[in-house]
Design a protein. Structure first.
Length: 170
């Protein structure tokens, strides 16, 4: 199945000029959702990493399913103020302004291998900040993976130091 056909374009969301890639039709389709997780599970079956680090909130959906399937630990990266215990934080620049992400300080042991997962690569700021969080704790980034890459934003350049894989490109 070509999952490109089941990802819905929503124009002008969350603001004018943005074409939002809506993955909810994919999630609602049992064959499509399972197909994505199966393909990723096959890719990472014997890969040398310990934990999947996924980003709030759509990254959680795929990250948790894949972590269960591969029998890996799951680590959430969240917006500020959401995680209850002691955190580390990384601030990163957006087109206009900046944003911050947090991870629990004890979420990763030094030397652990990590797969970073999110739904979509746009400018790459979110994934670059997440890789920085992993490395602050002494983790090793095995690879960064997304469902969708928006190639025209060239987010790949921002995460160039890392291995990167995507399921589909637009
Ligand atoms: P960026 O940091 O620019 O790579 O943005 C990536 C984050 O923003 C991801 O967590 C995406 O969920 C979200 N995002 C950015 N652009 C879009 C888009 N056109 N459609 C859906 N989500 C997007």
């Amino acid at each position: 199945m070509d999952i490109r056909t089941i990802i819905r374009d929503v124009p002008d969301f969350p603001k004018k000029g943005i074409i939002f890639k809506d993955i909810t039709p994919l999630l609602a389709d049992p064959a499509a959702f399972a197909g994505v997780i199966d393909d990723l599970a096959q890719r990472y079956e014997d890969a040398p990493f310990d934990k999947i680090v996924a980003i709030e909130s759509r990254g959680f959906i795929f990250g948790a399913a894949l972590a269960y399937r591969l029998k890996k630990g799951f680590v959430p990266v969240r917006k500020p103020g959401k995680l209850p215990a002691e955190t580390i934080r990384q601030t990163y620049t957006l087109e206009y302004g900046e944003d911050t992400l947090e991870m629990h300080k004890d979420a990763i042991e030094p030397g652990e291998g990590v797969l970073i997962l999110d739904d979509l690569l746009a400018t790459g700021g979110t994934l670059e900040a997440t890789a920085n969080l992993v490395e602050q704790l002494g983790g090793r980034v095995h690879e960064i993976v997304t469902l969708i890459e928006l190639t025209f934003l060239n987010g790949r350049a921002r995460i160039a130091p890392y291995s990167y894989h995507t399921c589909v490109q637009f």
